[in-house]
Design a protein around this ligand. Structure first.
Ligand code: CA
Length: 230
């Protein structure tokens, strides 16, 4: 398999060096940029497999970089934000980022995020329209049914909608706001509370151990993600 090409966008030299050194040591190819403008130029001319994007750039907001790239590409984008930029992280996910890393992060965290994204890329490449398969979970979109192994999951219409939304975005963190908008068409605080309830009932049906979920990961204060299960 070709070594994936990663575009690293970070104006802080120390952080950029940490990332590029890690990438080099783990057999990734990379390009580096330190401004939003350079990032957009490199992304459009080299078409990398994924982007690691710092949100606080000197010339423009990282969210703006995502919006520009999303006008022509679905390439996975992992944003890097400082702890004080929690709202920016959520705006970035809503603008189309796939995942996030919070500074300071460890090399292990960075590598874990890259692996999740690579699995997502693999799924995107084999995705078919009619059936979704992830571990023992199978969703037949045409029939509107979901199965775990041989057993049909008896889901309510909202649970099914939630499951399909997460499955269609497997590997990607979806914010509470995005989920409630897609499922209920609105995003009131009450909807976020109901979302928790529906997620709990969905997990009871889907997960063999709802306390340590295998399929649906919680991102506290942010949202949920369906993990690609081996
Ligand atoms: Ca920065």
């Amino acid at each position: 398999m070709n070594r994936p090409l990663v575009l690293v966008v970070e104006d802080d030299k120390a952080v950029r060096n940490l990332i590029t050194t890690t990438l080099r040591a783990h057999d990734y190819r990379f390009l580096a940029a330190s401004t939003g403008e350079e990032a957009i130029l490199e992304a459009s001319s080299h078409n990398p497999e994924m982007i690691l994007l710092d949100l606080g750039l000197p010339d423009m907001d990282g969210v703006e970089v995502i919006e520009k790239i999303r006008t022509w590409s679905n390439m996975p984008i992992i944003v890097i934000s400082a702890r004080s930029e929690d709202n920016d992280k959520i705006s970035a996910l809503d603008a189309g980022a796939d995942d996030y890393l919070t500074k300071p992060f460890s090399v292990e965290e960075l590598l874990a995020r890259l692996r999740v994204t690579q699995r997502r890329l693999a799924v995107m490449q084999v995705a078919t329209d009619s059936v979704f398969i992830n571990g023992r979970l199978r969703i037949d979109y045409a029939a509107g049914c979901a199965y775990l192994g041989q057993d049909e999951l008896h889901l309510t219409p909202i649970e099914y909608k939630l499951l399909v939304l997460l499955a269609k975005n497997v590997g990607k963190v979806l914010t509470h706001q995005l989920i409630t908008q897609k499922v209920w068409g609105s995003s009131w605080e009450n909807d976020v509370a109901s979302l928790r309830v529906f997620m709990a009932t969905l997990r009871k049906k889907l997960e063999s151990a709802p306390d340590s979920p295998q399929y649906i990961q919680t991102h506290i204060g942010v949202g949920y993600r369906m993990m690609k299960v081996e």
